[in-house]
Design a binder for this molecule. Sequence first.
Ligand code: SF4
Ligand code: SF4
Length: 115
Amino acid sequence: MALMINDNCIACDACLPACPNNAIFDKRSAGEERGYHIGEGQGVDNSIYVITYERCTECVGHFDEPQCASVCPMGDCCVPDPVRAESKEVLLERAERINPNKVIHSDKAWQGVRG
Ligand code: SF4
Ligand code: SF4
């Protein structure tokens, strides 16, 4: 599963530098221009932040909780994407694949992992 950013986003930028996987973009077009896919229901009017499911690991492998949700001042706009349920193993594999030069911690995972 990946997280997604809903319409409550106020584009404050707190989440972008906190993401260990560079999965967040300041607008939908910024991610798509780099070749990433953004899930449905994000980036309304191309003016708020988005998460690409191709790089989000729910912070598995890095932290015990999703950092975007942790730092977000709105509290309720970085949420699980309901159509992208993935296991801890799949998320860990992604963390390792997209971060070849980082140490990935297999014991780091939050309680919200599904699948
Ligand atoms: S859950 Fe973690 S990896 Fe996914 S977008 Fe948020 S900070 Fe990045
Ligand atoms: S921290 Fe929250 S409000 Fe700020 S840009 Fe990220 S999702 Fe939007």
